[in-house]
Design a protein. Structure first.
Length: 321
């Protein structure tokens, strides 16, 4: 068995061991094809919790042959992972990095194995990052909570009959192997929306999850700043993503979920304006990206539908993201 020596420890023996196992699998499956491995998120800056997942970015030297191969590569470890630590693997290649490195990878990651290739490439342009984040936040808002499309406005709760309105729909595996519901999806979707708005409204990159609420307060500072801070303070820091057991705490989580819908509606109002601008754009990548998102997850809006009908864009075989 190949000995994998990490160049930078994560400060957690279990996490180091799991990352070594993941790297060993990828090195065996793709010998000589991978430039480096980076850890993003809370494990990169030692702010992780027992319920945190580990985000690993695998940088290939060259693009994989086709979309199916990339998907298989991202799921390579998932099929083997039976431990308590959940590892999310993202595949990128150096050709993508030449066009710009995402802020979490550029500013909020730790190289654990291989070459530090990210230092060779520039930060992704703000316009590109804004486009990616705005569409990605919309995508999550729909898919994570399994909302029906065309998406109806005004937006409703994912599940109005549920205690937490359908926002607590993700399972997390505890150290003892037990799987329980958690708020990680709630924190994730609101965080991505906030990151998108930081780019759109303030022209700011947020490279680390823990910076998002603070940056939002500093650079936007509207009525939603307190909401984002409370989500971070209670869902992550106080409850460690788990569902609280006390009745008062559960009522407070319920109130946070109620406010989440209002924040989503706020984001969607800005997203619709942004989407219409993109559909009017003469920039081909911007137009294609907007058309693809609306083809897959349409918004039930007359203006958007009208522009799409009149669009002459010929979409490629695969989406530009």
């Amino acid at each position: 068995m190949e000995d994998i020596l990490l160049q930078n420890s994560l400060g957690d023996a279990q996490a180091d061991s799991v990352v070594q196992d993941v790297i060993r699998v990828y090195e065996k499956t793709f010998p000589g094809q991978i430039a480096g491995y980076y850890v993003e998120g809370s494990y990169s800056d030692s702010t992780h919790l027992a319920t945190s997942d580990l985000d690993l970015v695998v940088v290939f030297c060259r693009p994989l042959a086709h979309k199916g191969e990339r998907k298989n590569a991202e799921q390579l470890w998932t099929a083997r992972n039976t431990g308590a630590l959940e590892v999310d693997v993202t595949i990128v290649d150096e050709q993508q990095l030449q066009e710009g490195v995402r802020p979490p990878l550029k500013f909020g990651s730790r190289l654990v194995y291989g070459q530090d290739v990210c230092r060779n490439y520039p930060l992704v342009p703000l316009e590109t990052w804004t486009r990616e984040r705005m569409h990605a936040a919309y995508w999550l808002l729909v898919t994570v909570y399994q909302r029906s499309t065309p998406l109806q406005l005004p937006l409703d709760f994912p599940d109005p009959t549920d205690e937490f309105y359908g926002y607590v729909n993700r399972l997390v595996r505890l150290p003892d192997g037990k799987c329980v519901q958690c708020t990680r999806n709630l924190v994730r979707t609101t965080g991505w929306a906030a990151t998108a708005l930081l780019a759109l409204q303030a022209g700011q990159y947020a490279g680390r999850k823990r910076d998002c609420a603070q940056f939002y307060r500093t650079y936007i500072g509207d009525e939603w700043a307190s909401f984002l801070e409370e989500l971070s303070t209670f869902c992550r820091d106080e409850w460690h993503y788990l569902i609280p057991t006390g009745s008062e705490a559960r009522l407070y989580l319920c109130s946070l979920c109620e406010r989440t819908l209002l924040f989503e509606r706020h984001f969607l109002a800005l997203y619709k304006t942004y989407l219409l601008e993109q559909l009017h754009s003469t920039d081909q990548p911007s137009l294609e990206h907007a058309c693809w998102v609306q083809k897959l997850l349409p918004l039930d809006d007359k203006e958007v539908v009208g522009l799409l009908k009149n669009s002459s864009v010929q979409l490629k075989a695969s989406p530009p993201f």
